[in-house]
Design a protein around this ligand. Structure first.
Ligand code: SAM
Ligand code: ZN
Length: 402
């Protein structure tokens, strides 16, 4: 007998029971709620399909925090039925939700059959995002959002490239920015699958939390399929330089700028090479976070809660606010990053101080930022040789706290 322990996240109150639930995934759920609020503000309505709902925390949050008109919670595991019924009934009036226990693919086809399309489809899958990703395109509204997850790090990091080819239709090699590669392979898969159906998928935001890749994409009608942002990433293990490679230049990638014939660059892809996030969507989400912090807590959503719970609620939004700022800065930078340890190792020096290095590279005319993917790394338009040279100068500067 599993103990009934009720817990809170955002405005939701629920009991996990035997469902799969990770409190460490809260930021992913918070970001989903923010994007849902932004979508509702623009479109005036929000119908959500949570295809793999677990204990039902997401539909409850979308309904209570994003004011979703209607949420469909689906969970393949029939044994969670009583738990889900109790959780949903406890928070929502019956006309605002629907609960089913089917395979997600069957749900998507059922939606299509009845022409019942959704503004937001959340697919919080284990492991690989396929095949639910491809079939979800049958159920999403034009202009709507797909929130995707992947946790198969081996396939995207170069540890199991054959598996990557099987799932993503892309060959992933190992290099220092493989965690960004995981996000880009997932976006690339969504972009390609959408394109195959005459649709366009564009990232709203992408988030790697140390274990899980989460990507929200907006689906629109395709005006023109362009491969400009869907190509390859090359990495030279000899000098550490990354380069993007278009389909047309695939045959010319055998050498790097360092011209080491012994060690030609390795090639990963195809993957998404465009912006990791949409700056306009991030701006809308940041604005919402600010207003949530202001009205916080005190008044509406968590009025009756203890001070401790109010603090947890406010802290969660503060975390999102900081994350969104880093995402905004990194959105349009090149599709890779340089870990500081890598610069130190290649330059045979101590690990350079991140913020000074960013400042110096910016002053030297290279766009340079932090990245949310690795706090000990930089994204920059500078070549690695320049990064090492500037890092060496920075490391020799006397320490000057602000
Ligand atoms: C990662 S958990 C969901 C966690 C939940 N979204 C949350 O945020 O706490 C994935 C859930 O999807 C269910 N599931 C897995 N494959 C499914 C499928 N093909 N169709 C429907 N549900 C599925 C599993 O039983 C599991 O409860
Ligand atoms: Zn090289």
């Amino acid at each position: 007998m599993v103990e009934e322990r009720w817990q809170n996240e955002g405005a939701a109150r629920f009991c996990v029971g035997q469902a799969f639930f990770r409190s460490s995934s809260q930021t992913g759920r918070d970001l989903g709620v923010l994007a849902a609020i932004a979508h509702r503000q623009i479109h005036g309505q929000l119908r959500v399909l949570d295809a793999m709902t677990g204990c039902g925390v997401r539909p409850i949050r979308y309904a209570l925090e994003a004011n979703a008109d209607y949420v469909w919670a689906n969970e393949g595991n029939w044994e969670l039925r009583d738990r889900l019924h109790t959780n949903l009934r406890n928070s929502l009036p019956s006309h605002r939700y629907h609960l089913t226990h089917q395979d997600a693919n069957a749900v998507f086809f059922d939606c299509h059959q009845r022409q019942d399309f959704y503004d937001l489809i959340d697919i919080d899958s284990f492991g690989s995002p396929m095949p639910a990703l491809a079939t979800s395109l049958w159920a999403v509204k034009l202009g709507g959002l797909l929130y995707l997850t992947s946790t198969d790090g081996r396939a995207t990091s170069g540890a199991a490239p054959d598996r990557g080819l099987q799932v993503y239709g892309a060959y992933a090699r190992s290099h220092p920015a493989v965690h960004e590669q995981g996000l880009r392979l997932l976006i690339g898969l969504a972009v390609q699958q959408a394109a195959a159906r005459g649709l366009n998928a564009q990232p709203v935001f992408s988030w790697y939390n140390g274990e899980v890749n989460r990507v929200m994409v907006r689906i629109t009608r395709q005006s023109k399929w362009s491969t400009e942002r869907y190509g390859f990433l090359s990495y030279c293990h000899s000098c550490g330089q990354f380069q993007t490679v278009s389909w047309k230049k695939l045959g010319r990638t055998a050498t790097c700028l360092c011209s080491n014939p012994e060690m030609p660059p390795v090639l990963s892809g195809p993957m998404w090479l465009g912006p990791l996030h949409s700056p306009a969507d991030l701006a809308a989400m940041s604005k919402i976070v600010c207003s949530l912090q202001v009205q916080s807590v005190e008044k509406r959503t968590v009025e009756k809660r203890t001070a401790e719970k109010r603090t947890a609620y406010a802290d969660a939004w503060k975390t999102c606010q900081r994350l969104l700022a880093v995402m905004q800065a990194e959105a349009s930078l090149p599709p890779y990053f340089y870990p500081l340890a890598e610069l130190g190792r290649r330059g045979k020096m101590d690990i350079p101080p991140r913020d000074s290095l960013i400042q110096q590279l910016n002053e030297a005319g290279f766009l340079t930022t932090r990245t949310h993917i690795n706090s000990q790394a930089i994204k920059t338009t500078a070549p690695i040789a320049t990064c090492i040279e500037v890092a060496r100068q920075v490391s020799q500067l006397p320490y000057s706290p602000e």
